[in-house]
Design a protein around this ligand. Structure first.
Ligand code: FAD
Length: 489
């Protein structure tokens, strides 16, 4: 039985702990915070409950898979429902549109409201699925740093289909060529933000993302997103994993080429294998100070971060659903501000998530819990106090205009996160939500591998390494690392 130490209890770290425990290893997870889950955190405020981080849950089978691996019935630990309606979209000119679980219904509504051909929308959504399957066979389920990934049968099928992935066009251009209404282009461009990228730069390959929502579904867990790490932590503990909360790791101990253990605020531990679920930059800069750093990887541009307001609202809004978007009238300018200007535009797109629509206990009776997220640049020392205040004013004015209310009067409780706070609370470099940005066609190859033979017995998991950020990909990183462990142990 090998002794395994894991730095960090983000979703990737918990998933890796479960996989190792299922292989019969002795696992210890060290977490700087007082709770497991990392970016999957919770805020409670005057009778309102908020999921502080992720709000959109896709590919729930990747969570179920961990319970099944341990021989458990996932439903004994974790429940979720598929949302019949995915998102409500609002524009300043009064246009409103809903998207639905049923892709046909979505296509019909886009045809009716935005004047597109319903068949064209249906074909676009179907192609997203085809492209997703090619990409997941090649990039998402395997280590990119093993020869077998590039020579297997699936890879060969992938090469034959590479021309279909849109690597050589931007997402925005491909949408502009496909749809006639700029609002349809904007609606589908927004999916680039699901991994913190810029639709005007990112390759059209990312048009696979709508597949997750429209073909596979948007879900909501009973008890909120926080139940994902909570139920998995419960499982890990039953499997014998020990969680050391509020015990930050200060060093990953190693020889010139191999890790030997870790040092924490409370002691020194020997381990046969270590896995880092912390962001790669602080891992190299603070925990592995004696080893050479992969500078090119560490200096890749970061994905977007966010300014998030958690507002307790003292009334309900029938025109809003669980997920709502209030689009900017200046979409290109908004992304230029984020990725070139490293600042906030004065007309940002506002994403409003209201879990109390499906989980009434998340807000007092007759009230709603608003999670309001605007994409923001990663932290590089901006004046966040100023940007948060200015954004708050702009967002309240915009939503008030579109809904015809004085929103400020209805906000009765309040908290917020900005890139600076996200960085401090989760050690994510720059507070980036998804590790590196995917703004160029080589981004997938410029992510840190899940294992480097140069540093033996150390595995890398989470949003800053292959295959990328977001809950499903972090879960995949743990699966790939576990496969590499079995090959190397
Ligand atoms: P992280 O969550 O980054 O956690 C890393 C953990 O390591 C932290 O707990 C940290 O404290 C700990 N740690 C770091 N250094 C040390 C150390 N030295 N010692 C001990 N512990 C340490 N994804 C989606 O799929 N859907 C969404 O809707 C979505 N929305 C998001 C909204 C917001 C506001 C945020 C912040 C993120 C969102 N994401 C979303 C992204 C998603 O949350 C992340 O990609 C994912 O949760 C990252 O998991 P991870 O495994 O990389 O670990």
């Amino acid at each position: 039985m090998a002794q395994i130490g894991i730095v960090g209890s983000g979703i990737g770290g918990i998933a890796f702990a479960i996989r190792m425990a299922c292989l019969g290893q002795q696992v210890h997870v060290f977490e700087a915070n007082a709770y497991p889950g990392g970016k999957l955190a919770e805020i409670t405020l005057d009778g309102y409950r908020f999921d502080a981080g992720p709000s959109l849950f896709t590919l729930p089978q990747l969570v179920d898979e961990l319970f099944a691996l341990a021989g458990k019935n996932p439903r004994d630990y974790f429940q979720y429902e598929r949302l019949p309606e995915i998102c409500r979209y609002f524009w300043e000119d009064g246009t409103r549109l809903h998207t639905h679980q049923d892709p046909d219904k979505t296509a019909t509504e886009i045809a009716e409201v935005l004047g597109e051909s319903a068949q064209n929308v249906r074909t676009y959504i179907a192609h997203a699925g085809t492209k997703y399957n090619i990409v997941s066979d090649l990039f998402l389920d395997n280590s990119l740093h093993k020869l077998s990934t590039w020579t297997g049968k699936k890879a060969l099928t992938g090469y034959a289909n590479l021309h279909r992935l849109g690597l050589f066009d931007t997402m925005h251009n491909s949408h502009r060529k496909r749809f006639k209404n700029p609002k349809t282009v904007q609606l589908f461009d927004r999916y680039a933000t699901y991994n913190g990228s810029d639709p005007y730069q990112t390759p059209a390959t990312l048009s696979i993302i709508p597949h997750l929502e429209y073909n596979l579904g948007a879900y909501f867990p009973a008890g909120g997103m926080i139940e994902i790490p909570r139920s998995l932590t419960r499982l890990a503990q039953e499997l014998g994993v020990t969680f050391h909360l509020e015990e930050p790791v200060t060093e990953i101990r190693c020889t010139a080429s191999q890790v030997t253990g870790i040092k924490t605020s409370k002691g020194t531990y020997d381990f046969d294998f270590v896995a880092s679920n912390a962001d790669i930059r602080p891992t190299y800069e603070r925990l592995l100070t004696t080893l050479p750093k992969p500078k090119k990887l560490l200096n890749q541009p970061k994905s977007s971060s966010g300014i998030i307001f958690y507002w307790g609202v003292n009334r309900t809004f029938d025109e809003l659903g669980v997920h709502n978007i209030f689009f900017s009238d200046h979409y290109k300018r908004e992304f230029e501000a984020i990725f070139n200007g490293q600042t906030m535009d004065e007309d940002p797109t506002d994403y409003v998530h209201i879990s109390s629509k499906v989980a009434p206990d998340d807000a007092p009776v007759g009230c709603e819990n608003w999670f309001v997220l605007m994409n923001a640049p990663a932290n590089s020392g901006q004046d966040w106090d100023h940007l948060v205040n200015a954004t708050r004013k702009n967002v309240i004015a915009k939503i008030s205009r579109i809904l015809g209310v004085d929103l400020e009067k209805h906000i009765v409780s309040e908290d917020y996160l900005d890139p600076r706070r996200i960085e401090t609370r989760t050690s994510s470099s720059g507070g980036a939500l998804y590790g590196n940005a995917s703004n160029n066609k080589f981004a997938a190859f410029l992510r840190h591998p899940n294992y480097r033979p140069a540093i033996k017995n150390l595995f890398w998991i989470g949003g800053s390494v292959h295959p990328g950020g977001g809950i499903p990909l972090c879960l995949s990183s743990a699966k790939i690392a576990a496969k590499l462990f079995q090959e190397n142990a």
